[in-house]
Design a protein. Structure first.
Length: 98
């Protein structure tokens, strides 16, 4: 619910950024991805299917936001929208594109 206003502004055409920060091991990646995507990423396995993610009650912020965006666009019949998602990590002053 905390990111909903940013998502709604993105649907109005504004750029939106979700930013997490904190010490190593505090759960930032877990919060953003959820356990299933996090395990797939770190164990180098294929990602769960979209249907499996939608059914997962512990999915993270990113899958929830993407689901909301596509549902909202489908409800208004917008087939021309462009959605771009970047997931970056900054660690020890280095930027990693995840």
């Amino acid at each position: 619910h905390a990111v909903a206003p940013s998502v709604e502004k993105a649907l109005d055409g504004y750029n939106a950024t979700l930013f997490t920060y904190g010490m190593t091991g505090t759960g930032k990646t877990f919060s953003m991805l959820g356990p299933r995507l996090m395990e797939a990423a770190f164990d180098q396995r294929s990602a769960p299917s979209p249907a499996a993610l939608v059914a997962d009650q512990q999915r993270g912020i990113v899958p929830r936001v993407v689901q909301h965006l596509f549902e909202k666009l489908a409800s208004v019949g917008d087939s021309q929208a462009v959605i771009s998602v970047s997931y970056m990590q900054i660690y020890r002053e280095r930027c990693y594109d995840l």
